[in-house]
Write a protein of this length. Sequence first.
Length: 221
Amino acid sequence: MTVNKAYSGKARTPLFRGAFVRIIDPEVNLDKDGTTSKAWSITAILPAGTDITQVNAAIDEAATKCWGSKAGAIMASRNFRKPIKDGETQCNRDGLLYDGFAAGQITFKLTTRQQAPGIVDRFARPIKDAIGTTLVDKKSDTHEVIPENVIFSGCWFNATFCAHAYDRADGRGVSLKLENLQLVRQDQRLGAVGLTKAEDDFAPLTAGYASEADEIAALLS
């Protein structure tokens, strides 16, 4: 029997490199009802051939809960939204691969909209903020700054998640809901390919107008 949505139990990813990291500073979205919501997300990059048995098992579990015996056929359909993709699909509008991605890689996005995910360092100490302030002594509530705990695209992580199967008017699919992260180590920062600087996109505006109104009129003409 088909249900509207279903979740798997908690699962764990293999070690992955993170891209498009929006963990400390979430993305703010405008919803259809006019309200805003926050989304914390990270895209995992794994080398070709990485064992993702737990990831696939969670996807299958959520799909079976949602569609029962029809799950296999539904997931094989052309329009099904699959969470796992090849690195070659991670391109900008000009068809150039984003930094860090390559054909053959395994990639998937982990997202949560309920609350900020928990994140700890390699010693399982809670990371408090973007500059790496980490709670090291819960009794005295003392903190120290650990530069190696600064989080950015290019770092390596472990993550826990659950798979979310959904059946809606706009389509069927499975997404991966982020729960918690562990920052394992830093690596070279990943940047966006094909993005230009603002100062390269615009020329200085001509000065010398009698008033602001005259300047606006000239710019609109």
